[in-house]
Ligand binder design. Sequence first.
Ligand SMILES: [Zn+2]
Length: 156
Amino acid sequence: MGTSKCSHLGAYLSIKINKLTEKRKRKRCPKNNGHSTLYKYCPDCGSEIETYEIEEKYYPSLYDILYNLKLDEPFCDVFRKGDAVIAIGNNSEKNKETEYNLDESDNDIHQIVNFDRPEQMVKNFKTNYKEEIDALNGHYAVSSVEVCFGYLIYFM
Ligand SMILES: [Zn+2]
């Protein structure tokens, strides 16, 4: 989490991620169970340290999934809401006509933003990022990808 407040008005992605299971190796002394150590023998009782496996459930990050799909970060993960990752487009060319440009500089605080074409912006986003959205939809760690329209406030 950064310290700079950002906002986005336009099309965004809500990506539902599945929890994955990963096997991890742990070490313990067979006598005082659960005591993990880097040593070959337990420093407390001298027993040989054994290796065992545990299954850990975790949510993969959007960047792990994009990397896995060999996509060059077309989307930027802005925050997580429950089991969904909220992400915005990361390509200024493809973002054209999918979002409103909000000028938040102190010099220009008088603006009217008319929400005049949300459906068109969602449509444009789906078209411009079709390949990337299809790839995400086909990934085993992704349960759904939804293109939504809204106003996001987040920290970067
Ligand atoms: Zn021990």
